[in-house]
Structure formats: structure tokens, C-alpha cells
Design a protein around this ligand. Structure first.
Ligand code: DLZ
Length: 171
């Protein structure tokens, strides 16, 4: 959670593993694309900063945040039948803005539980880069605004989780 005490783009670069031999899938919701595309670009730039080549990043778009679970699940599977490579981690990017009805709560809950379930059952970590905000200003603040970029945070988390996975699997 971003607060005035925690900027989403703040991290110590010396603590981030080299990501040059990692492969990532990014699934992005098109709802609130002004926000989600800024998060996506932040994630891609941060992965590149730590060495991930462009060809190791596969980006897919889905209509809304609710579809992120299905999208992420598909990306966690081998994509070789499409000539693509299996990914080491998936970053799920969305932005749900509170409206006048309980729809917000259902989308947030379904997406959150779905991503949690993928993490508990699949081999590939799925990173939760979902903004759930009351106002568009809160989203802007977290999409490259005063509180940083949730996409940066998602990329750093993805790199750390791939590193974690490799350590627990191979040591
Ligand atoms: C329907 C809907 C609404 C009202 N709001 C959002 C939103 O703020 N953010 C978002 O990512 N998606 C929204 N959606 C779309 C749902 O996620 C989903 O795409 C549709 O309910 C179709 O399954």
C-alpha cells in the first residue's frame, strides 16, 4: 500500500537481483487504460533496468481486472505452442475505481481471491499489481504520480520472487 511513508517506486537497487535471464508475462486490464498502461510501462521499464531483454517480456491485454485471473492463469502455462516461452513470473496489472454500486467490491474480491489462489496452486508466481482506489486522483498518484508507480513495485516484486523461486528450487 502506498502512503506518504512509502513510495511505490522506492527500492534499493543494490538489493535487486540481476534479471537478465528471467522471463516475465504481463497481463494488463484495459479498463482505466490511462492508468493501467502507465503501470504496464513502468513495469517494463523497471524490468529492463535490471537487465531483462525486451524479448523476454510477453505482454497481453484483457478487457477488465476481473479477467486478470484467467489471463494470468493462461500465462502461467507453457506458451510454447504459440512460439512463445514459458514465463518465470506473471505480473497482473489492473485498476478498479470505486463507483456508486457494490460492483467495485465484487471485482476487487474476485480478482484478489483469484490471484491468491493462483499463487497457492500454480508453480509460477503471480504478482498483484492491482490498484483498488476510491478516486481517479488516488489512481493517478500511484501510476507515476506523487506516490510512485505500482508497475515499478510489481516488477521489483516479480524479480525478487523469481530469484526466491530459483533459490528454494536449486539450493
Ligand atoms: C464493469 C467494470 C467496472 C464497473 N469497473 C471496472 C473498473 O473500475 N476496473 C476494471 O478493471 N474493470 C471494471 N469493470 C470491468 C470488469 O473487470 C469486467 O471486465 C467485466 O465485469 C466483464 O467480466
Amino acid at each position: 500500500m502506498a502512503t506518504k511513508y512509502h513510495n511505490l517506486s522506492d527500492y534499493d537497487p543494490s538489493e535487486i537481483p540481476d534479471a537478465s535471464n528471467m522471463r516475465f508475462g504481463i497481463v494488463v486490464a484495459e479498463w482505466n487504460s490511462d492508468i493501467t498502461f502507465a503501470l504496464r510501462d513502468g513495469a517494463i521499464n523497471t524490468l529492463a533496468k535490471f537487465g531483462t531483454p525486451e524479448e523476454n517480456i510477453t505482454v497481453f491485454h484483457v478487457p477488465g481486472s476481473f479477467e486478470l485471473v484467467y489471463g494470468a492463469q493462461q500465462l502461467t502455462k507453457a506458451l510454447s505452442f504459440q512460439g512463445l516461452h514459458t514465463v518465470d513470473a506473471v505480473i497482473a496489472i489492473g485498476c478498479v475505481v470505486k463507483g456508486d454500486t457494490p460492483h467495485f467490491d465484487f471485482i476487487c474480491e474476485g480478482t484478489t481471491q483469484g490471484i491468491a489462489q493462483l499463487n497457492a496452486t500454480q508453480k509460477v508466481p503471480v504478482i498483484y499489481a492491482l490498484l483498488t482506489v476510491n478516486t481517479m486522483q488516488q489512481a493517478l498518484d500511484r501510476a507515476g504520480g506523487v506516490l510512485g508507480n505500482k508497475g515499478d513495485e510489481g516488477a521489483i516484486t516479480a524479480i525478487k520472487m523469481v530469484d526466491f523461486k530459483r533459490k528454494v528450487q536449486y539450493t
